[in-house]
Design a protein around this ligand. Sequence first.
Ligand code: NAD
Length: 489
Amino acid sequence: PTMAHSKALLVLENFIGGKFVPCSSYIDSYNPSTGDVYCRVPDSGKKEVEAAVKAAQDAFPIWSSKSPLERSQILNKLADLIEHDLEAFAQAESKDQGKTITFARTVDIPRAVHNFRFFASSILHHVTECTEMPAMGCVHYTSRAPVGVAGLISPWNLPLYLLTWKIAPAIACGNTVVAKPSEMTSVTAWMMCKLMENAGVPPGVVNVVFGTGSKAGEALVCHPDVPLISFTGSTLTAQRITEKSAPHCKRLSLELGGKNPAIIFDDADLSQCIPTTVRSSFANQGEICLCTSRIFVQRGIYSEFLKRFVAEAKKWKTGNPSDPTIDVGALISKEHLEKVKNYVKKAQAEGARVLCGEGVDPLALPPGNQKGYFMLPTVIAEVKDESCCMQEEIFGPVTCVVAFDTEEEVIRRANGVKYGLAATVWSGSVGRVHRVAHRLQSGLVWTNCWLVRDLNLPFGGMKASGIGREGAKDSYEFFTEVKTITIKH
Ligand code: NAD
């Protein structure tokens, strides 16, 4: 680009030791709703990661020795500052990611604020264990201490939401951090760095290094002085991280992909189930790890369900994400859009029926969005369980609907994928929802609802969906090292 052109772009800088530091090279970042480059992101590597880890190490002794209450007050202040700028953050998240402004305003940014408030509070309420052995004259107790410099790596689908879900517990527990957001969605993390000083976060406690996974991400994973890595992203990347970190015996938390089933029995309340299942399939363009992508419907209600489900899906309006009446924004990138569309083509080639959306209905876009990465909510029926559309994570606005007959059968089919993140079960029978929930291989099971979360409780997946859990107690345990101390009196 010419100088004049590049001046008009937003240029991000790394945040290291409390200062914004320029980088020697940059990556282009696109606005998914227009297809234009609008931002340049530092292309950090080993050198930048090295500097950030050093800053985090330097800040550790003071930060880790502060009382939980002092840290709590700082986290609360940071939450207030983000909330004060909520609209600016929401606009930036929508522009950078392609998500609708409504979703950014009501989900992403409020949750980022809440993440800080939640851990600011929960850190004050942990107690440790103590046991006695009177016959030996001994008491034992456990003590927990922060681990050190935490490496945090987050994906592009819920940028600030997921990054703060890691930063908040890490620093609340007294660690210092080096965070690397996705190179495709770095803007809100950079905006948050601008608030650190006012919030009272000491320099070096939160460092953010921007760049690609293969360069900046891997440098962080391989750094010998970063003993723990909290990662959210794809299963493939997690395998690479596991391999690369193995020589250092790092502590890993891995939150990965899903192929989440919705199981709908013939006694389900369809007036609740249908709108919720449309939402669980298409919210955030289907780019949420918890989105439903396999819908199993009991045969007796299959045709009725399909008819009403498709009618409801068609009500979702796709278009300019900054328009508050729009339900489906742009997908993250051109490549991702192609990948998602290809799944629909493969399903068609296998003889499945596309009932609405891609290739079936017209997509009319405003003049400014013609080059954006848009796609209509797409419902596919008559897909075989072995099809890649029923096995692989598509991570877009595509959902498959199939029929089943018995409880036994549907449990087996729902469990018949490599993933195990989230499932939903719809039934009016209390006994049945408990029975099915117990037998599903899934870290989270929602019955007669979706995405209702209590942050106190464990979040995470089984099988290829992850290792470890996050939540009040789980994040506390991950971000601290426990010691058992025995005293003889
Ligand atoms: P991704 O794995 O491609 O990237 C995630 C992050 O890892 C990015 O910051 C990326 O730069 C970095 N990265 C890539 N290669 C790396 C490497 N070799 N070393 C270190 N870091 C590396 O995932 P994505 O496409 O950004 O996100 C989508 C995926 O994330 C989906 O699979 C989705 O299901 C998953 N996800 C899971 C959860 C959850 O909580 N379980 C939440 C959201 C998204």
